[in-house]
Design a protein around this ligand. Structure first.
Ligand SMILES: Cc1ncc(COP(=O)(O)O)c(C=O)c1O
Length: 334
């Protein structure tokens, strides 16, 4: 059987992050919840301007942008997008310009949200920020903006929301392969990887990487924006595109498990379960989660431990995808 990493051979990549990220056992959290054995994959430690999951995607996206002769990264999101902040950092690191088309969040129109956390870091990183009203960031707006940049002589490379296209998602196929190698080195099996799923590329890539490594482990995404059915379709769509790009058969859609029980009132709105999860990780393990993504995935993990869904004899891996910078925009809620 060829090594799983052969699916990445010939794919352009530049090193932006600190990888492999640590894989560690969380003893105190495991004891507190009474099992299963909980491990954490620290993708919050990827290193790029406070780290997070987008760094892995950007290793492939920026390589593609440079190979295409582009000089400006353009991406979209909310004002507190972690993806936008890491895109700005990646552009700075390779000497490209960066334009961020960022929307205010209707449900959190505070000054803190607009100025602190990722918004503050975006300014320090030197990105050009176009601030938009909720709903104003349409595909037509983005296309017109890109056309304007081209007319002004720039060579923009567009990174879609969350970096979750065929190219960016390869970053998480690489992460799945990395995780498999770490488990192999430790001589361990695990039953589930638990993660937050939004634009879908992290889960999609993870499914592809684990399937390439022939590791039978479920990938369970807790949705942070859409209902479970819609989110699962999104992830399956990204798996399809990314598999075509890699020239491999797409893994079976039944491998995509998505739940929305911890979504709360909606995107960017933490509820009591999210806050309890953030406090539990902080107070048992000294690990900081964020209120938009990882806090909701952790709430799903905790609920599954308490309900017995994850058996006491099982082993689960929590993928920490970062986002802590965003917590500084939620002081009022936390
Ligand atoms: C901290 C964090 N975790 C998880 C996600 C979700 O990843 P994806 O958009 O690939 O589904 C994001 C996306 O922005 C994020 O910022």
């Amino acid at each position: 059987m060829p090594a799983a990493s052969s699916i990445l051979s010939g794919i352009r990549r530049i090193k932006l992050g600190h990888t492999p990220t640590p894989l560690e056992r969380l003893d105190r959290l495991t004891r507190e919840l009474g099992g299963p054995e909980i491990w954490i994959k620290r993708d919050d430690c990827t290193g790029l301007a406070t780290g997070g999951n987008k760094t892995r995607k950007l290793e492939f996206l920026v390589a593609d942008a440079l190979a295409s002769g582009c000089d400006t990264l353009v991406t979209v999101g909310k004002l507190q997008s972690n993806h936008a902040r890491q895109t700005a950092a990646a552009a700075a690191k390779v000497g490209m310009s960066c334009v961020l088309l960022l929307e205010r969040l209707a449900v959190n129109d505070t000054d803190l949200y607009a100025r602190n956390g990722n918004a503050l870091l975006n300014r320090l990183l030197g990105a050009e920020i176009v601030e938009l009203a909720p709903g104003e960031r349409t595909p037509a707006f983005t296309d017109a903006y890109l056309a304007e940049l081209r007319a002004g002589g720039a060579l923009p490379y567009f990174v879609p929301v969350g970096g979750s296209d065929a190219v960016g998602s390869i970053g998480y196929a690489a992460c799945g392969i990395e995780l498999d190698a770490q488990l192999t080195d430790l001589g361990l099996d695990a039953q589930h990887v638990i993660l937050a799923t939004g634009s879908g590329g992290t889960q999609a890539g993870m499914v592809i990487g684990l399937a390439a490594a022939q590791r039978s482990m479920s990938t369970l995404g807790f949705s942070v924006s859409d209902r479970a059915g819609v989110q699962a379709e999104k992830v399956i769509g990204v798996i399809g595109e990314c598999s075509v790009r890699l020239g491999i058969p797409a893994p079976d859609p039944s491998l995509v498990l998505v739940e929305d029980d911890t979504l709360g009132p909606g995107y960017g709105q933490p509820d009591g379960q999210t806050i309890e999860a953030i406090e539990l990780f902080a107070r048992t393990e000294g690990i900081i989660l964020d209120p938009v993504y990882t806090g909701k995935a952790a709430a799903g993990l905790i609920a599954g431990c308490r309900s017995g869904r994850f058996g006491a004899n099982e082993r689960v891996i929590f993928l920490h995808t970062g986002g802590q910078a965003g917590a500084f925009a939620y002081e009022g809620t936390l």
